[in-house]
Ligand binder design. Structure first.
Ligand SMILES: Nc1ncnc2c1ncn2[C@@H]1O[C@H](COP(=O)(O)OP(=O)(O)OP(=O)(O)O)[C@@H](O)[C@H]1O
Ligand SMILES: [Mg+2]
Length: 257
């Protein structure tokens, strides 16, 4: 059994009077990809914010390996090896692509290794080398997502939290981004917790999944098992009884992400 990099026990978080998530308990084992699925407003981003210290956890406990990081300062959490790629990317649009990447490594002292990591990132995303000197704000949405993920990698994290990496991307780019996410996990051993509305992509890439509805976890299992569950097929994969061909036809008339 591998150890857990991240453990949440009964975490709750609110926005003013609005309780967004309740009683969240989950585990992310070392070296794995874990996904949280759920529709708009289910509380996915809220969980990630409560973990990275960008939103106060009103109750419960967040453990990073054997350290209690509940409500620690976000910068301290980054130094301990946990990086959050937030929804909407939040790159620095006026800084160059290169400088955005360096911002990711600001807590590090190992300059030689930083240079090697930059090289490695350029092999994952060659476009970021080609555009290194341009303001990051001029990148396309997909390229900005690549930059946001790369900036997270520049911190050499043990664990990356990713919030909807597919947001606003074409199906082809979404596939590419997920391929890279899997490569990062396999080649660097980085543990990843990814939140997604694109359930098909997430269930393919991840090992284990949690399903969130109205701020509560309603289902958890290996992705291989989740993919076969009728509820998941119907509500998250858009597959009805009529089978895959029928679902494809149906998808064309609905806007599924
Ligand atoms: N800044 C905020 N102020 C007030 N309420 C918020 C805020 N952010 C989120 N909420 C509410 O908290 C609940 C959970 O939101 P959250 O953003 O975590 O959902 P989500 O699962 O990430 O949804 P999406 O898929 O749309 O990103 C929702 O009811 C949402 O309206
Ligand atoms: Mg969200």
């Amino acid at each position: 059994m591998s150890m857990d990099v991240l453990t949440l026990s009964n975490v709750e978080a609110s926005y003013g009077p609005v309780k967004a998530v309740r009683g969240i308990s989950l585990r992310v084992p070392e070296g794995r990809i874990v996904t949280i699925l759920g529709s708009n407003g289910a509380g996915k981003s809220t969980i990630l914010r409560a973990v990275s210290g960008t939103l106060e956890a009103a109750a419960g406990k967040v453990m990073l390996k054997d350290e209690d990081i509940t409500n620690h300062d976000p910068a301290d959490i980054v130094r301990r090896g946990l990086v959050h790629v937030p929804e909407g990317r939040e790159i620095f649009p006026l800084l160059s692509v290169h400088d955005n990447l360096l911002m990711g490594s600001y807590t590090r002292r190992d300059r030689d290794q930083v240079a090697r990591d930059l090289e490695m990132i350029h092999t994952y995303f060659p476009i970021l080398r080609a555009r290194a000197r341009q303001p990051a704000g001029l990148l396309s949405g997909g390229q900005q997502q690549m930059l946001a993920i790369s900036r997270a990698l520049m911190a050499r994290p043990d664990l990356i939290l990713m919030d909807e990496p597919s947001l606003g991307l074409s199906p082809r780019l979404t596939r590419e981004i997920f391929e890279i996410i899997v490569r990062i996990n396999r080649e660097r051993g980085t543990t990843i917790l990814v939140v997604e509305q694109n359930a098909a992509m997430a269930l393919n890439a991840a090992d284990f999944g949690y399903v969130l509805e109205n701020g509560r976890i309603v289902m958890e299992d290996s992705c291989a098992v989740l993919r076969e569950k009728d509820d998941i097929k119907e509500f998250y994969l858009g597959l009805k009884d009529e089978g895959v061909r029928g679902a494809r036809r149906w998808k064309k008339t609905k806007t599924w992400r």
